[in-house]
Design a protein around this ligand. Structure first.
Ligand SMILES: [Zn+2]
Ligand SMILES: [Zn+2]
Length: 292
């Protein structure tokens, strides 16, 4: 019964989206994207696309999204938007971080990425253009992945802060008290596996086309690099997303090693009161400004 109801809701939502979509102008990028996608399918095997394609997408996007934050340290105007102004980035820390990242990406993540092809084969995940979901459906599934990942991250991240295990695994991610974009995946290999699991649960439950893997990795990287950037940029469009945690939220976690355990949204920290110190800190700052 419940399944029938949810199928009904899903198909009505699809119809509503189809209806709204019929009024939107044609996407001028659709044709070139279709050609590029079909070129890829015609010239590479599924194994090459799933393995090397995923590796290239991850590496290219990771460093591309880290680039603005990296450049901000050389732009004096951006200094006023740095959250922990008393702890500027150092090239020494960034170089150290970069070396660990390369190890993590190629020795821990690459073997995991190699499983992508077998995953898509086992679950019959399509690669073809014809069965690629519409952008809005893709976005809805990515949102579902984000909610699942955020929930997993909140509880497992909080567990990693338990005083009996903190020093063995999660301490590495907290080496730099003022975070910077590249630090996003600077972590103990076990942490990469434990917290990374949250990324894959959504895929296992919601993947209906190989494009979802790349769309979800893109959204997850934008979000996690933004919250580690160390900068609170005005007019950041991500801050318009309801319940989006944002950079101040996670920056506070790195500054104090406590509270604000969620990765993307604020609701779990709100429900369990683990954001109270964060709110008290900014409340005090606001009061201080008023009395100045
Ligand atoms: Zn972090
Ligand atoms: Zn932590």
């Amino acid at each position: 019964m419940a399944t029938n109801e949810s199928v009904g809701i899903f198909s009505s939502a699809s119809l509503a989206v189809e209806y709204v979509d019929s009024f939107l102008p044609e996407n001028p990028l659709q044709e070139p994207f279709k050609n590029a996608w079909n070129y890829m399918l015609n010239n590479y095997t599924k194994f090459q696309i799933a393995t090397w394609g995923s590796l290239i997408v991850h590496e290219a996007l990771y460093f591309l999204f880290c680039l603005p934050g990296f450049l901000f340290q050389f732009i004096p105007y951006m200094r006023k938007h740095k959250i922990q102004k008393d702890k500027p980035e150092t090239l020494e820390n960034q170089w150290k971080c970069f070396k660990v990242l390369l190890f993590n990406h190629f020795c821990i993540q690459l073997p995991l990425i190699c499983g992508t092809y077998y995953f898509t084969e086992y679950f019959n995940i399509p690669y073809d253009w014809e069965r690629m979901p519409r952008w809005c459906m893709l976005l809805a599934r990515c949102f579902g992945c984000a909610v699942i990942e955020d929930t997993w991250h909140y509880f497992l991240h909080r567990l990693l802060h338990h005083k009996r295990i903190y020093k063995y695994i999660h301490k590495i991610h907290h080496e730099f008290q003022a975070p910077f974009g590249m630090e996003t995946e600077y972590a103990h290999p076990l942490e990469t596996l434990i917290l990374g699991t949250g990324f894959f649960i959504g895929i296992v439950l919601l993947c209906d086309h190989v494009i979802l893997l790349w769309a979800w990795v893109t959204i997850r990287l934008i979000e996690t690099i933004d919250v580690h950037s160390g900068y609170d940029i005005p007019l950041n469009p991500l801050n318009l997303i309801p319940f989006y945690a944002g950079s101040r939220h996670h920056d506070f976690h790195h500054m104090n090693f406590v509270g604000n355990y969620a990765s993307t949204f604020t609701w779990w920290d709100r429900i369990f009161g683990t954001d109270s110190q964060f709110h008290a800190y900014y409340e005090k700052k606001k009061m201080g400004k008023k009395t100045e």
